[in-house]
Design a protein around this ligand. Structure first.
Ligand code: ZN
Length: 292
């Protein structure tokens, strides 16, 4: 499932490969793009806002000042290989560049062309991007606008802040020792959890794999987000899991009932955060996480 870190990394890779290159053939097989034509347009920049990918163009009949906006949701994908072995009807966007490179958008659930100066029309409902110029205090204010909301549901709401995906909505509460069901308004040091999530998302955005543990650092690794992780690595209790049909925020969740109990008010357990970040490079971002 593409999350904010994946999209940022994807945007960077597209930028590295295609920025400055001109489209020689463009094929669109999506009703929203029936009239689109990018022949002659040059990729000016590739950017991400939360889970939204923004490819900005200059030149060509329709290129200048145009943004191709893509949201991958659950099933969409962008491929760079020249021969994509997927039926044509699933290749919603195919762009061939002057140097022979090909960019293919597969199974895109949400896609469209917008004038670059009107990107806010598709992004305007989003909260601040955790990977962009991110203000933790603003994010905490927005989270607490609905204090009774469960932590995981609130951080996943892209109108509150953009880029927090479900694995982080499981892992960050676990690292902090707070239940994903804990109402946000009853969490002291909520800013610590927001910072922790933003730091992990940023750190993972420039790497392959999603690593929240610091173990096997070059690969993806999580504490409890993966269903095969049956027991809490800290206390040994069985990890509780709920499917997306059981949570108010309609995404699956997991927590350790011993380490992450729901209470009237809870604090973030900084000793636990320090211990769990012991091997992770993000501990160096904040002095309070790397104290002895
Ligand atoms: Zn536990």
């Amino acid at each position: 499932m593409p999350e904010g870190d994946t999209i940022r990394s994807l945007a960077d890779r597209i930028g590295e490969r295609f920025r400055g290159a001109t489209v020689t053939r463009s094929t669109f097989r999506h009703p929203k793009l029936a009239l689109a034509d990018l022949v002659g347009a040059t990729l000016a920049s590739s950017d991400a806002h939360g889970k939204h990918l923004l490819l900005r163009w200059v030149g060509g009949p329709a290129g200048t000042g145009t943004t191709l906006h893509v949201h991958l949701r659950m099933d969409g994908a962008i491929r760079f290989d020249r021969a994509v072995e997927v039926p044509e009807w699933r290749r919603h966007v195919e762009l061939v560049f002057e140097n022979g490179m090909v960019l293919t958008g597969l199974d895109l659930p949400a896609v469209g062309m917008v004038p670059t100066d009107q990107e806010s029309a598709v992004l305007g409902h989003l909260g601040p991007d955790v990977i962009g110029d991110f203000d933790v205090a603003e994010a905490v204010d927005r989270l607490c606008a609905d204090p009774d909301r469960a932590l995981a549901g609130a951080v996943l709401d892209q109108t509150v802040m953009a880029g927090f995906g479900n694995e982080y909505a499981i892992e960050v509460p676990f690292i902090g020792g707070v239940s994903p069901h804990q109402p946000v308004g009853s969490i002291r040091e909520l800013d610590q959890l927001v910072m922790l999530g933003a730091d992990l998302i940023r750190w993972n955005a420039v790497r392959s794999g999603r690593n929240t543990t610091g173990r096997r650092i070059e690969r993806g690794d999580t504490w409890i987000a993966t269903p095969r992780q049956r027991r809490c690595p800290i206390c040994g209790d069985l990890v509780r899991r709920e499917p997306d049909t059981a949570t108010p925020w309609r995404r699956r969740t997991a927590w350790c009932p011993t380490c992450q109990p729901v209470a009237d008010t809870v604090g973030v357990d900084l000793g636990r955060v320090r211990g769990l970040l012991r091997m992770h490079p993000v501990r160096r971002n904040r002095p309070c996480w790397s104290a002895p």
